[in-house]
Design a protein. Structure first.
Length: 211
């Protein structure tokens, strides 16, 4: 009986591994297939641009930083060890680029001057300005648009780290573990920052609506 059990265990270990598509594309790219990198870009370009826009609230800056992110990824992929998921590493690169860009702009007293309508992804996979629900009447659509703008404005008033954790958790839908890896923090620290950021955002919005 023991022999049978051992054979069964060996058969279980021989179960084929699930292939990670990102890792497959990375392997092909490192082997000289440039098209594989283009597929990676197509898979993630909207998410990278969306996060850049929400971090900086400026479409031109978001486009420029998103391009810089993929240039960095292109150059750094040979050094990517795969200790984390590619998407996690890509988010880390994106957040760091956004932080560096905001510091650069801050030193030059840069002020955001464009609309706070956030980008959304269409069925065709394109990123466009956020459009109000067409089923609402004009007054309700205006109120919806103003509310979205106010939320983004108050997000921009949060500290950089608080804003980052909120976007990664509540907009990107990442797990606490993924956010911890991206920001190089402990999970407990991530949870506490998200809690404080939500409370502060709620307080800021409450003051606006009470006026």
């Amino acid at each position: 009986m023991a022999l049978v059990i051992n054979k069964w265990k060996r058969r279980r270990k021989a179960k084929p591994k699930v292939i990670d598509q990102d890792q497959e594309l990375i392997g092909r790219f490192l082997a000289g297939d440039e098209g594989a990198f283009n597929r990676l870009v197509l898979s993630y370009q909207n998410r990278v641009y969306g996060l850049c826009w929400r971090m900086m609230s400026n479409s031109e800056e978001a486009e420029e930083v998103a391009q810089e992110v993929f240039i960095t990824v292109y150059k750094s992929l040979p050094d990517f060890r795969g200790d984390s998921r590619f998407s996690t590493w890509l988010y880390r690169v994106t957040v760091n680029h956004c932080k560096n860009r905001m510091k650069y702009l801050g030193r030059r007293k840069y002020y955001q001057s464009e609309s706070f309508d956030g980008p959304v992804e269409t069925e065709e996979g394109e990123m466009v300005k956020q459009i109000a629900d067409e089923h609402l009447d004009p007054l309700d659509r205006l109120e919806q648009k103003e509310t979205q703008a106010l939320v983004q404005k108050k997000l921009n008033e949060l500290e950089e780290e608080q804003k980052a954790v909120l976007l990664l958790r509540d907009i990107e839908g990442l797990s606490y573990q993924e956010i911890a890896e991206i920001l190089d923090l402990r999970e407990g620290t991530v949870k506490s920052r998200i809690h404080r950021a939500r409370l502060e955002l709620k307080e800021k919005l409450g003051k606006e609506f009470s006026q």
